[in-house]
Write a protein that binds this ligand. Structure first.
Ligand code: UDX
Ligand code: ADP
Length: 464
């Protein structure tokens, strides 16, 4: 196969957008077209003001500004882009099923299947298909099945190329990844396809960091990496409860164990619980696959990571209630942060959603301030749970664009996201405007508790 000069990516979301922008930046000789059915999203990627792109990531606007219009294009014309490309990345959403068999566990592959069928219909020459979305193991074989049976004789090679970027640091992760993983068939055609993708990444990534495996290993490695990371968070979070009952302090424990080079210091930050589009979904996929092969001990083992995470979120909400004299009815509680982590506007599976839902059941009045998340997203997240009427969510939650206003008259503040700006607020001013006793529940162990206590706040940290 000749070198790749035209790439199409289906799905202009948190994965497709940044990844393609980086490929376009690093490979000016390759024309990269990102397509999406969502016209509004594509219009935002094409906004003349590059700071209005729909994914907030530090440094991403500059990458887009450099390549857009040169060799990076965003379009809703899915079919033309598929027809023109030699290599097609599939980067569409694969949420956990909300209905039917596998509900709440298996990934919904509806969108992936639609993509495969569309490619089969439109393609009139050989193509390399790259799975970029987070997918359960065996998806490649499903895609292959559809392409080889409904196509017009064109040859397709399916590669798995999982994305390991973390939101908030997407640009640095794409620029200098720990590794790139490419899985392909161990056949002559499969090896040629793998090499073609290796050559794309080799434009900026050292060859020894580009790992190649078979398709199954690649798909399973993605789930495993996320399961291990999530497990570390649940492991440290499981100990916060023990710390709170004893004299131990979770930050000291994390520091002490993190200096063991076999354990390492990363992903040991205690929190209100992990969120994001990947951790829970990938573990649920792992659990589902294990169960479908009758491996109940394996399934139960990994499921415990999710059970612990749900417990942590509920525990945080219950602590607020207990501490406010067992009732939050009619009390204003201010959430600082709604995103699932700092430096992103993504809210998928954010702990804030579940903590808010729990407090709304107890009839609290919630005020939310987040530096990047827009109002409608916050309501959409709560409505998605379908636990109460949309009007009731609107009534119970007020989204306020000024953090000081958000805290005025509050009984308590809960820190849900570790945004840096929260650390430099004028906490005396906030204290003065709140009801007393003024309480802070720091779900991220972000703030300087001693300093806050000296102002007069009552502070509860996680695992403190
Ligand atoms: C994750 C993986 O890191 C990435 O490799 C994969 O491609 C996608 O899933 P992401 O979900 O963007 O990335 O964020 P990550 O930094 O992993 O954080 C996930 C969640 O865990 C966040 O809610 C974060 O706040 C929480 N977390 C992380 C902790 O609570 N404590 C920690 O020590 C680390
Ligand atoms: P991720 O975090 O995996 O990138 P997102 O939900 O942010 O997930 O993005 C996935 C994108 O894929 C959405 O913008 C959605 O509109 C798009 N999409 C889903 N199915 C198709 C399809 N068949 N053709 C084009 N775009 C699609």
């Amino acid at each position: 196969m000749t070198a790749i000069t035209k790439i199409c990516c289906i799905g202009a979301g948190y994965v497709g957008g940044p990844t393609m922008a980086m490929i376009a930046k690093k490979c000016p000789h390759i024309e990269v077209t990102v397509v999406d059915l969502n016209e509004q999203r594509i219009a935002a990627w094409n906004d003349v003001d590059v700071t209005n792109i729909p994914v907030y990531e530090p440094g991403l606007s500059d990458v887009v500004a450099e390549a857009r219009g040169r060799n990076l294009f965003f379009s809703t014309d899915v079919e033309s882009a598929i027809a023109a490309a030699q290599m097609i990345f599939i980067s569409v959403n694969t949420p956990t099923k909300t209905y039917g068999s596998g509900k709440g566990q298996a990934a919904d592959l509806k969108w992936i299947e639609l993509c495969a069928r569309q490619i089969a219909r439109v393609a009139n020459d050989n193509k390399i298909i790259v799975e970029k979305s987070t997918l359960p193991v065996r998806t490649a074989s499903a895609i292959k099945d559809i392409l080889t049976h409904t196509g017009n004789g064109s040859q397709f090679q399916i590669l798995s190329n999982p994305e390991f970027l973390a939101e908030g640091t997407a640009v640095e992760d794409l620029d200098a990844p720990d590794r790139v993983l490419i899985g392909g068939d161990n056949t002559p055609e499969g090896r040629v396809a793998v090499q073609a993708l290796v050559d794309v990444y080799a434009n900026w990534i050292p060859r020894e960091r580009i790992l190649t495996t078979n398709v199954w290993s690649s798909e399973l490695s993605k789930l495993t990496a996320n399961a291990f990371l999530a497990q570390r968070v649940s492991s440290i979070n499981s100990l916060t409860e023990l710390c709170e009952k004893t004299e131990a302090d979770i930050n000291e424990v994390a520091r002490a164990i993190g200096t063991d080079s076999r354990i390492g210091p990363k992903f040991l930050k205690a929190s209100v619980g992990f969120g994001g589009s990947c951790f829970q979904k990938d573990i649920l996929n792992l659990v589902y696959i294990a169960r479908s092969y009758g491996l109940s001990e394996v399934a139960d083992y990994w499921e415990q990571v999710i059970i612990m995470n749900d417990h942590q979120k509920r525990r945080f909400a219950n602590q607020i209630i207990k501490n406010l004299y067992n009732t939050v009815n009619g009390k204003k509680i201010t959430f600082l942060g709604w995103a699932f982590k700092k430096d992103t506007n993504d809210t998928r599976e954010s702990a804030a959603i579940y903590v808010a839902d729990h407090l709304l059941h107890e009839q609290a009045e919630i005020a939310v301030y987040d530096p990047k998340v827009i109002k409608n997203q916050i309501y959409a997240d709560l409505n998605y749970l379908q636990t109460r009427k949309e009007e009731e969510n609107r009534k119970g939650v007020e989204v306020i664009e000024d953090p000081y206003k958000a805290c005025e008259g509050a009984h308590a503040i809960a820190i849900l996201t570790e945004w840096d700006e929260f650390k430099s607020y004028d906490w005396q001013r906030i204290y003065d405007s709140m009801l007393k006793p003024a309480k802070i529940f720091d779900g991220r162990n972000l703030l300087d508790a001693d300093k806050l206590k000296s102002i007069g706040f009552q502070v509860r940290s996680i695992g403190g």
